[in-house]
Write a protein that binds this ligand. Structure first.
Ligand SMILES: C[S@@+](CC[C@H](N)C(=O)[O-])C[C@H]1O[C@@H](n2cnc3c(N)ncnc32)[C@H](O)[C@@H]1O
Ligand code: SF4
Length: 317
């Protein structure tokens, strides 16, 4: 069945028959990471840090596919660090080398996923050949390094400069420390020939409220974002979702976060966002949560943004 037909069938079977089938899956493949970002609630150290085997990820992909999902986002930790050097995994690669992120991208395509995405801190050469890559850039050099560690900005930029992937995009996580750099990240994306689009989310306070962006400031940043969109900056967040994101109270009661299912690094299979379990929905800042509310009402701006995200060309605002 064609991709578009599948999406239409998915929408109507969920809307009319009340089914709750995920369309997108977020699979955390490892806790291991080469950075220790101030705002990160994911990375674990020592014995608590887990890495999955190829076999486990194969089972998880199959589970997601069987439940209806057709898009997968490989998350970590740092996905480029993931490897499985076992004999079983080596037997799955063409040249007997350890399985890596591209083994997973290929596997997802073989199973029938329409697309795969990798989110990376770009500290290693960006070798993933997923349909879409999100690179986390959290400010201009000084601010990014403060949030993500010394030297991390220059390493990310050097790897972006070297990468020829046609669909490289930037995601910024906004905290109350880096928000002043929003415009400069937008400028980087607009000016760098290898970058297509930018999206952003606000810090979600899983562990501490220290970096939380107060609501009034959120609204101010969103006003800047809307202005930049009007000026033609390649900002991915739809205007309607940005408006919802001003205050989580506007959308969390209407949330449709089941549209993405999550499989955590410890193997827990969640039918919705881990934020719900953590009890942080009242402070949600995830752009995707607002977009999913709009998708559920087939809002034209969201549909346009969703359809364009895999095209390796800049969006036409
Ligand atoms: C967990 S990281 C994993 C992929 C990769 N290591 C990276 O940094 O892009 C994925 C994204 O989640 C964001 N993130 C981490 N903790 C967050 C939080 N508490 N609230 C909002 N976003 C968060 C990161 O900034 C990053 O853009
Ligand atoms: S690079 Fe990504 S996974 Fe690693 S600590 Fe930073 S946000 Fe977390």
């Amino acid at each position: 069945m064609s991709e578009m037909l599948y999406y239409m069938r998915w929408f109507f079977s969920c809307k009319l028959l009340g089914r709750r089938k995920p369309l997108q899956s977020v699979i955390f493949i490892t806790d291991l990471c080469n950075l220790r970002c101030q705002h990160c609630n994911v990375v674990k150290e020592g014995p608590a840090a887990r890495t999955k085997t190829l076999e486990q990820i194969r089972d998880e992909l199959q589970y997601c596919y069987d439940h209806g999902s057709r898009m997968v986002d490989f998350e970590g930790g740092e996905p480029h660090l993931w490897k499985d050097a076992s004999d079983a995994a080596r037997a799955s690669t063409a040249d007997g080398s350890p399985a890596d992120i591209n083994t997973l991208v290929e596997l997802a395509a073989q199973l029938g996923f329409f697309s795969s995405t990798v989110t990376t801190n770009a500290q290693l050469p960006i070798t993933a050949n997923s349909d879409l890559i999100w690179i986390s850039i959290d400010g201009s050099e000084a601010t990014h390094d403060e949030q993500r560690g010394a030297g991390s900005y220059q390493r990310a930029l050097a790897n972006i400069d070297k990468c020829q992937h046609p669909n490289l995009n930037v995601n910024m996580t906004i905290t109350n420390r880096n928000w002043r750099d929003f415009h400069s990240v937008a400028n980087l994306v607009r000016e760098h020939p290898h970058l297509n689009r930018m999206s952003f989310s606000f810090y979600v306070p899983y562990d501490s409220r220290e970096l939380l962006v107060p609501l009034q400031l959120r609204s101010q940043i969103i006003d800047t974002a809307l202005q930049l969109k009007r000026e033609g900056y390649p900002l991915m967040n739809s205007a309607a979702a940005l408006d919802l994101l001003r205050d989580p109270a506007r959308f969390v009661n209407r949330r449709q976060c089941w549209i993405s299912n999550f499989i955590l690094a410890d193997g827990s299979r969640l039918a919705t966002c881990p934020g719900e379990l953590a009890g942080v929905c009242a402070d949600c800042g995830f752009g995707m949560a607002a977009e999913e509310v709009l998708l559920w009402s087939l809002h034209p701006q969201m549909v346009k943004a969703g359809l364009s995200v895999r095209q390796p060309t800049r969006p036409n605002n």
